[in-house]
Design a protein around this ligand. Structure first.
Ligand SMILES: NC(=O)c1ccc[n+]([C@@H]2O[C@H](COP(=O)([O-])OP(=O)(O)OC[C@H]3O[C@@H](n4cnc5c(N)ncnc54)[C@H](OP(=O)(O)O)[C@@H]3O)[C@@H](O)[C@H]2O)c1
Length: 336
């Protein structure tokens, strides 16, 4: 059994992770930690959660853990990652702390000094389907952001096959349910502000997921064009739907692109390419680890519409998928 420890257990991603791990046949949860609710049961905060006594984040003993999941806000769990790795445990970090490969870039986007820049080169970006071979030997996994997961998975085969047109930008419009912003109360997330409303935020190239996506795209093909990304706050609890406008070189046909995508993903249990007569919706993916997407070629622009559950494939589910890959467990274990 894999002995796991979870930090940030009371957050949306942490609680979802514990729900999944509780029914995973190869996992023991040795502790779940909280700063605010130490001494209470997780189900006193999340009624649907298992009855797990929360330990104090600062006093939790890392030594018994084989694998530590960090479900903390970015910049607050780096010291725990360092201690866990020193003690011989593996780490899957759901925050952004190990996603960017450069400490200066991290400072620029997250406004704080990186505590462990020496670990950045070895952290494996946990986009499961694309990075499976690297994940098998990973000590430290940087679990991807939710928006990047919804965008990168459907376009990965197109980027590595170099059929995109690098003279035009990639444009992405993403819409996320409110749990994407985490559990801490903020005025713009109040029910009255969100319900019946719909708005963009961080328009263009200012959201923190832009450098994360551009870095990954450039790793696949350095000639990748600029990314323009506008997220929106959708008045639903969970789910992301991204519309991606991908410029394609002249001469590529819709049926050949569809065949390429189908071939790449034919054996992937969590990727669902929809037939041309079906439009994707949140209902295709909610509470599942699936990324479902459709595609249409309009002129020389491929329009991909992609949906995930931000808390599952966009966070906890992908983290468990990565754990399964690392430990050589059937990849769907705990996730179907
Ligand atoms: N929500 C999503 O859809 C999503 C998707 C992908 C990735 N992520 C990433 O996953 C991480 C967790 O996200 P979330 O949405 O679950 O956030 P969240 O709901 O705000 O939960 C984070 C938890 O961390 C603990 N915490 C807060 N500040 C802390 C600090 N300074 N030091 C130690 N612990 C602290 C809190 O629990 P206690 O007070 O009980 O300790 C809190 O419940 C974030 O880095 C986020 O960017 C989230």
């Amino acid at each position: 059994m894999i002995k796991t420890a979870i930090f940030g257990a009371t957050g949306y991603a942490g609680a979802e992770l514990i729900k999944i791990l509780s029914s995973h046949t190869e996992v023991d949860i040795i502790f779940a930690a909280s700063k605010t609710y130490a001494g209470k049961s997780l189900n006193s905060i999340h009624p649907h959660a298992p009855d797990i006594l929360l330990q104090d984040t600062e006093k939790a003993n890392l030594q018994q853990a084989d694998l530590v999941f960090l479900c903390l806000p970015s910049s607050s769990g780096m010291h725990i990652a360092v201690d866990a790795l020193k003690g011989g445990a593996k780490v899957i970090d759901l925050s952004a702390d190990f996603r960017l490969d450069d400490a200066a870039k991290y400072m620029n986007w997250y406004g704080t000094t990186h505590l462990a820049p020496e670990l950045l080169a070895d952290a494996v970006y946990g986009l499961s389907e694309a990075n499976r071979s690297k994940l098998k030997n990973a000590q430290l996994v940087a679990n991807p952001g939710c928006y990047p997961t919804s965008v990168l998975l459907p376009i990965w085969p197109i980027i590595i096959n170099s059929i995109f047109d690098d003279n035009r930008p990639i444009i992405v419009d993403s819409k996320s349910g409110v749990s994407g912003a985490g559990r801490s109360p903020k005025q713009h997330l109040h029910f009255v502000e969100v319900s019946g409303n719909f708005q963009p935020y961080k328009i263009g190239r200012v959201h923190r997921h832009v450098p994360e996506m551009e870095q990954q795209l450039a790793n696949w093909d350095p000639s990748i064009p600029e990314l323009i990304f506008t997220p929106h706050l959708l008045p639903v609890p969970r789910g992301i739907l991204s519309t991606i406008y991908l410029p394609i070189k002249k001469g590529n046909r819709e049926d050949s692109i569809r065949a390429m995508l189908r071939e790449t993903y034919s054996n992937e249990p969590f990727i669902k390419l929809l037939p041309s007569n079906q439009n994707v919706s949140l209902a295709h993916v909610l509470h599942s680890n699936t990324c479902a997407f459709g595609m249409n070629l309009t002129g020389n622009t491929l329009i991909i519409t992609s949906a995930i559950d931000n808390l599952v494939k966009g966070a906890a589910g992908q983290a468990v998928q990565n754990m399964n890959i690392i430990y050589g467990i059937t990849e769907t274990c705990g996730l179907t």
